[in-house]
Design a protein. Structure first.
Length: 166
């Protein structure tokens, strides 16, 4: 059996459990004029009016239990916490890790395919000819690729074409 606390908890009426005798008592206290009130024993089973809890029906108790906290906004949910991939992969088997890698690769591939081009006219021109001639040098170049020298110039030209002057 554990020892009772040195400073016992008291009820609303001031009743505490005496640590030496394990009886319910009202501990002695000091009056404002300096005299001491004697400790009073409480009969077993007695509950003073201050300690009687208010009766709650089952429906009332259930409604209070389900009530939203004060200041809660209906429909609002806190944002989800960021997923930690290192922690989640620690508990995975080999097959689960392998499947996770496959999913990531599929997702990356899907993102690349779904990338929207800024200028749809360039796609039509490339699609018609397939492989075309480099205009400045006369070399045949596969569609979508340019020589390293012309890459910077082509990028600048594309940006200038996209600009609209009003």
């Amino acid at each position: 059996m554990s020892k009772p606390p040195i400073v016992p908890e008291t009820t609303a009426a001031g009743i505490a459990l005496d640590p030496r005798t394990l009886e319910r008592v009202i501990p002695e206290s000091r009056r404002s004029d300096g005299t001491v009130r004697k400790e009073r024993k409480i009969r077993p089973g007695f509950t003073p009016q201050e300690d009687v809890r208010r009766f709650r029906g089952t429906r009332q108790a259930q409604a209070e239990a389900n009530a939203l906290p004060k200041g809660h906004i209906i429909g609002w949910a806190p944002p989800p916490k960021a997923a930690t991939p290192a922690a989640s992969k620690a508990g995975m088997s080999k097959a689960q890790k392998k499947n996770e890698k496959r999913k990531e690769k599929r997702k990356e591939k899907k993102d690349e395919v779904e990338a929207v081009k800024d200028n749809w006219e360039d796609e039509d021109e490339e699609g018609e000819g397939g492989a075309g001639k480099d205009k400045e040098k006369g070399e045949t170049v596969a569609s979508g690729t340019t020589s390293p020298k012309d890459a910077g110039a082509d990028a600048l030209a594309d940006k200038l074409d996209k600009l609209e002057v009003r």
